[in-house]
Design a protein around this ligand. Structure first.
Ligand code: GDP
Ligand code: MG
Length: 175
């Protein structure tokens, strides 16, 4: 890991996954502890800095929030090569977003550094009545890829901080 000017380790994290699964909302919940029902289409890549303390070490998480649309894929894939970690998100109330996890995994494996870390994130856990992807399906898929798994809700904040800190902790231990 690269040591930044303020003595903090710099960790590059990319948000990936289908459009509207809650990538931007997760970043906003984590960074500002807010939630909005507004869906603002991310154009290309948004960027945010978030300082966290992991096991006594100061870490600067650089959160790159990408757009899920096909037309931005080539653009965002340029960022893949320099990533330390990925938050791969799907929506538990949207079956196609879960089916597309395989494609996102393939993108990561072909474009990202081989030692990068991934956390699979089943978002919108608050929408339990509309759930179409079970917890066990998500967990099983994550186990197949050997990655961490959390169900989250950007609306309630459930597991949001945990998802980012778990990923940052794994990255810290590896490097
Ligand atoms: P992105 O395209 O992946 O960045 O998705 P957004 O963060 O823009 O969210 C898309 C829509 O889903 C917005 O209307 C959000 O308010 C909503 N949303 C995001 N996260 C959650 C969540 O955890 N629960 C619920 N109920 N809605 C969410
Ligand atoms: Mg977005």
């Amino acid at each position: 890991l690269q040591l930044g000017a303020k003595g903090a380790y710099i960790v590059r994290l990319l948000m990936v996954g289908d459009s509207a699964c809650g990538k931007t909302s997760l970043v906003l919940r984590f960074d500002q502890n807010v939630f909005s029902t507004k869906f603002v289409t991310t154009i290309g890549v948004d960027y945010r800095d978030k300082m966290v303390k992991i096991e006594g070490a100061q870490m600067r998480l650089q959160l790159w929030d990408t757009a899920g649309q096909e037309r931005f894929r080539s653009l965002t894939s340029n960022f893949f090569g320099r990533a330390d970690g990925f938050v791969l998100t799907y929506d538990i109330s949207n079956r196609p977003s879960f089916d597309h996890v395989i494609g996102w995994m393939r993108d990561i494996k072909t474009r990202a550094p081989p030692d990068c870390d991934i956390v699979l994130c089943g978002n919108k856990s608050d929408l339990d009545n509309d759930r179409v992807v079970t917890y066990d399906e998500g967990k099983l898929l994550a186990d197949e890829y050997g990655v961490q798994f959390f169900e989250t809700s950007a609306l309630t904040g459930h597991n949001v901080e945990r998802t980012f800190t778990a990923l940052a902790t794994t990255i810290k231990h590896k490097r």
